[in-house]
Design a protein around this ligand. Structure first.
Ligand SMILES: [Fe+2]
Length: 241
């Protein structure tokens, strides 16, 4: 089976459409969405419709939960707050119902999904270092986990008692190892590379690949400005920060 795994779309329709097109070329059988459909960007409704249409497994991000008032807004910076308030005005009742139903974790037969960390999913911690990775490896129900949230793609690999971190490329899964894969962000990458990030997992080959693709950033930026969202949210897209 070929799995398409993606996260942090953040209402960026141009980036999402580009990634979905790439997934179609990859002959994806099953989709996994790791949270944050909305927030920051100008097309929340359209992005939710596309994500729903994939009929895959979807979990909640902090922006999704904040939009439906399941997460306190004090955890967000002023620009994120403004975008969440704007998003609430631009989403339909069905959109809100979709966001409201998203759960914090998914535990499948061979992989788990969580937006932040497995240890405290409702706190939406950023998994950024080996200390947190070690804690998560210790409680993971499966050997393979996919996360998002930091918008920085990369893979933590645990082999016996050592943990190493790789920023990109193809990972051949090995028996006896555990993996936490951050699939990066479709709609707002923050690793200095503005290209949309997504992940393909081939279960038969045992290969996890993090991929990047260019999309029409300028169109998204224009829309962000047109709808009156903060200018910084447009500017950061081309910087990938
Ligand atoms: Fe996010």
């Amino acid at each position: 089976m070929r799995c398409g795994i993606f996260s942090d779309v953040h209402s960026n329709l141009e980036a999402l459409e580009t990634v979905i097109h790439a997934f179609k070329n990859e002959r994806i059988d099953r989709y996994f969405f790791v949270g944050d459909a909305v927030g920051y960007g100008p097309n929340p409704h359209e992005c939710i419709e596309i994500i729903k249409g994939l009929q895959g497994v979807c979990i909640a991000g902090n922006h999704d939960w904040a939009t439906v008032e399941k997460l306190d807004m004090r955890y967000f910076n002023p620009m994120a707050k403004e975008a969440i308030r704007w998003t609430r005005l631009k989403t339909s009742r069905e959109d809100m119902a979709f966001l409201d139903k998203l759960e914090l974790t998914f535990i499948g037969d061979e992989l788990i999904l969580v937006h932040g960390t497995r240890q405290e999913p409702s706190f939406f911690h950023y998994l950024m270092d080996e200390i947190q990775a070690k804690e998560m490896f210790g409680i993971m129900e499966k050997d393979l986990a996919f996360v998002g949230h930091s918008h920085i793609p990369g893979v933590f690999i645990k082999k016996k008692s050592s943990i190493r971190y790789l920023t990109c490329g193809d990972i051949q899964l090995e028996p006896g190892c555990r993996y936490i894969v951050n699939v990066g962000s479709v709609g707002q990458p923050r690793d200095g590379n503005p290209m949309a990030s997504y992940c393909v997992y081939d279960t038969e080959a045992g290969i996890v690949s993090i991929k990047r693709i260019n999309y029409d950033i300028e169109s998204t930026q224009k829309k962000i400005l047109q709808v009156g969202l903060p200018v910084f949210l447009a500017a950061r897209l081309e910087a990938g920060r």
